[in-house]
Design a protein around this ligand. Structure first.
Ligand code: HAM
Length: 358
C-alpha cells in the first residue's frame, strides 16, 4: 500500500492497528475497496479484458464510537467495476444497488448523488472551502477544527449539528468543477432520469473516504436514526495508479449488512422470519424411519422441512409447528403407516387434505 493511501485511511477511517510478535505493523481492514483494488493490481486482473467486475462479502473493522447501526466490526458486501470511465458505468453500478433493494422489498431509500470533481478542479474548491470554514471555526466541533488543516472537504460530511448548519452556506463544489467533470455528471444524471431512478443532488455529499473522484452517491433511509446510510459508493479514478498500476478508472459501492438487517427488522420483518414449508411429526419409532425418507426427498426438492428431533408429545409438536411458521403440518403414526396416507393441514387456512405417503 502506498503511503498516500495509507495515511489517509489511518486518519480517516480510524483503523485498528497493532504489532505482531515480530514487531511488524498490522491493520484490520476498514472497508473493501482498497484491498480489492490491491488484489486486482497484484494478481494481474488488469490484464484481462475490461471491464472487470468483482463482488465481495467481508467483515470490516473501524475504531468508531459504537451506537445503533455503527459497530467496531461490521459486515458489508460491495461491488467494484474496473476499467471504464464512461457515465454508463455509474448508471450500471447505481441501478444494480437500486434493483437489489427493490428485489428484497426495501423501496423507500433516498438516492443522494453529487460530483466532487477530479483532483485538478477540486484544488480551487478546497481553498475556498478552507477560507469559508476558517471564519466559522470557533463554532465547529473539535474534529472539524482538525479537518480544517488535514482535509476541509470532510467537514461537509460531519454529522455534528453546528457543523451541518455552517456547511449549509458553504461554497458548493458543483460551482467549481471543470467542464469535463460537469459534463460527466450531467451524463450520469441523464441516464438516471431516463431510467426513472429517483435521485436528489446533495451538494454537501463528499463521502468519508479520500479516494473518490467525480461521482459519489449514497442510499439513505429515515428509519435508522443517525446512521442513515445503507449503501455508499462512487468513482475512484486515481486510486489504482497510487497502487502502482497504469491509470485505471474504477467505481463501486458498499452495502452495510448490519444496517440492512436493522432496516429489514423495522420495515420487512417477514423477510427474516423463520420459515418452514412443512412440519412432519411422528407418533412412534416406526414412523421415524418413514419420516426420515420423506423429509429427505422433500428437501431434495428444495422444500424446508422440519421433523421431531426431541421426542415431543403430539401437542407440543403442533405448538412447535406453529412457532416456526410452518405452512403445512402432518403427524405420522401407526394408522398412517398402515393406510399409507396422511392428513396434511394447511396451517393458514386450516384446510385438511389427504396425501399418499409415497
Ligand atoms: P462506506 O460508506 O464507508 O463505504 O461503507 C459502506 C457501508 O458500510 C455504509 O454505507 C454503511 O452502511 C456500512 N458501514 C460503514 N461503517 C459502519 C460501521 N461502523 N458499522 C456498521 N456499518 C457500517 C465504503 O466502505 C466504500 N468501500 C464503498 C465503496 C465501494 N466505494 C466504492 N466502492
Amino acid at each position: 500500500m502506498r503511503s498516500t493511501a495509507e495515511s489517509s485511511f489511518i486518519v480517516q477511517k480510524e483503523m485498528f492497528s497493532f504489532k505482531d510478535l515480530k514487531n511488524r505493523d498490522f491493520f484490520l481492514r476498514p472497508e473493501g475497496t482498497l484491498p480489492t483494488a490491491r488484489a486486482v493490481v497484484e494478481h494481474g486482473f488488469l490484464n484481462k479484458t475490461p471491464p472487470i467486475k468483482i463482488f465481495y462479502i467481508i467483515n470490516s473493522f473501524r475504531n468508531e464510537r459504537p451506537q445503533e447501526g455503527r459497530y467496531k466490526e461490521f459486515y458489508q458486501f460491495g461491488v467494484e467495476l474496473f476499467g471504464s470511465k464512461e457515465a454508463i458505468s455509474e448508471f450500471e453500478v447505481i441501478s444494480l444497488a437500486e434493483m437489489f433493494f427493490k428485489e428484497i422489498g426495501i423501496s423507500n431509500l433516498k438516492l443522494e448523488i453529487n460530483s466532487i470533481g477530479c483532483s485538478n478542479c477540486r484544488k480551487g474548491f478546497v481553498e475556498k472551502l478552507k477560507d469559508y470554514f476558517e471564519k466559522h471555526s470557533n463554532k465547529m466541533c473539535e474534529d472539524c477544527q482538525r479537518r480544517l488543516n488535514t482535509n476541509p472537504l470532510r467537514i461537509l460530511d460531519c454529522k455534528n449539528l453546528n457543523c451541518k448548519e455552517i456547511s449549509k452556506n458553504s461554497p458548493k463544489i458543483l460551482d467549481f468543477i471543470c467542464k469535463e467533470c460537469l459534463n460527466h455528471f450531467e451524463d450520469v444524471l441523464k441516464l438516471l432520469k431516463f431510467n426513472n431512478i429517483k435521485h436528489e443532488i446533495n451538494p454537501t455529499l463528499v463521502r468519508g473516504l479520500d479516494y473518490y473522484t467525480r461521482t459519489v452517491f449514497e442510499f439513505t433511509t429515515e428509519n435508522l436514526g443517525a446512521q442513515n446510510t445503507v449503501c455508499g459508493g462512487g468513482r475512484y479514478d486515481d486510486l489504482l495508479e497510487t497502487l502502482g498500476a497504469n491509470p485505471t478508472p474504477a467505481l463501486g459501492f458498499g452495502v452495510g449488512l448490519n444496517r440492512l438487517i436493522l432496516l429489514i427488522k423495522k420495515e420487512k420483518e417477514e423477510l427474516i422470519k423463520e420459515k418452514c414449508d412443512i412440519y412432519i411429526g411422528s407418533l412412534n419409532e416406526e414412523a421415524i424411519l418413514k419420516i426420515s425418507k420423506i423429509a429427505n426427498n422433500l428437501r431434495k426438492q428444495n422444500l424446508i422441512v422440519q421433523t421431531d428431533l426431541l421426542n415431543r408429545t403430539v401437542k407440543s409438536q403442533m405448538k412447535y409447528a406453529n412457532k416456526i411458521n410452518s405452512s403445512f403440518s402432518c403427524i405420522i403414526g401407526e394408522n398412517e403407516l398402515k393406510n399409507n396416507k396422511v392428513s396434511v393441514k394447511n396451517m393458514f387456512t386450516k384446510e385438511i387434505f389427504n396425501v399418499s405417503l409415497n
